[in-house]
Design a protein around this ligand. Structure first.
Ligand code: ADP
Ligand code: ADP
Length: 215
């Protein structure tokens, strides 16, 4: 099973991807998490550039992103299927992904588009807490950790992502409108998009995703 999760920053993609990966026993591939790992302790010029781009809230160049995904989906844990969370984010990425899947004769099962009001997006990003090691995501109000500021799984300190600060947040929304909205049109042309009401609770959104997949 191959699933794509598309939606603006803060829509709930990562939260649902983790649940879906557990439910269906498939790999969770978050390009954002992969880039955060690369930029954690930047040494090379490329790693430093990745960090700068992410902090600004811009997109990493397509060739770098595509190369990373191409390698990742060849790994054994992707044999049973995978969820792409945050990829593709540009039309060239979507085109290359179609070619990659065609070459290995694997169909794309679902392209889920998370629809969430701008106001809720701002609130979700402003309260998002991130555990750099375990990659778990919490929310100050909607999904608080058991002990304030600590990850339930590892006990590590939770942080606010630099790109969740107000300025980068606004910029990331405009990047989404300019560069990622055309990806929706790309999949719409071939009627491959499944729109999803992302405004419900985490459990409600998860239930509607599973209902759609189990149909
Ligand atoms: P969010 O969860 O807020 O949607 P992500 O964690 O998916 O954000 O991505 C964080 C950052 O990583 C992006 O702002 C961008 O800089 C980079 N990134 C992630 N996925 C891609 C991609 N497919 N193409 C280019 N850049 C990406
Ligand atoms: P994305 O990967 O699309 O950027 P996340 O899954 O990281 O989004 O969610 C953004 C923030 O909103 C996180 O703090 C998360 O805990 C919270 N969140 C996710 N889904 C919901 C929901 N349905 N209702 C309320 N808050 C949510």
């Amino acid at each position: 099973m191959i699933l794509l999760l598309i939606g603006p920053p803060g829509a709930g993609k990562g939260t649902q991807a983790l649940r879906l990966a557990n439910q269906y026993g498939i790999a969770h591939i978050s390009t954002g998490d992969m880039f955060r790992d690369i930029s954690k302790n930047p040494q090379t010029a490329l790693e430093k550039e990745v960090k700068e781009i992410m902090t600004r809230g811009d997109l990493i160049p397509d060739d770098v992103t595509i190369g990373l995904v191409e390698e990742r989906i060849k790994r054994p844990d992707c044999e049973k299927g995978f969820i792409l969370d945050g990829f593709p984010r540009t039309v060239p990425q979507a085109e290359v992904l179609d070619k990659m899947l065609e070459n290995v004769h694997k169909p794309l099962d679902y392209v889920f588009l998370f629809e969430v009001d701008d106001e809720a997006l701002v609130e979700r990003k402003a309260g998002r807490l991130f555990a750099p090691q375990s990659k778990r995501v919490y929310h100050k109000t909607y999904n608080p950790p058991k002990e304030p500021g600590k990850c339930d799984e590892t006990g590590e300190n939770l942080i606010q992502r630099d790109d969740d600060k107000p300025e980068a947040t606004r910029h990331r929304l405009s990047v989404y409108q300019k560069q990622t909205a055309p990806v929706i049109a790309y999949y719409d042309e071939t009627k491959r998009i499944t729109r999803l009401d992302g405004m419900g609770s985490m459990d409600e959104v998860f239930t509607s995703l599973c209902e759609e997949i189990d149909k």
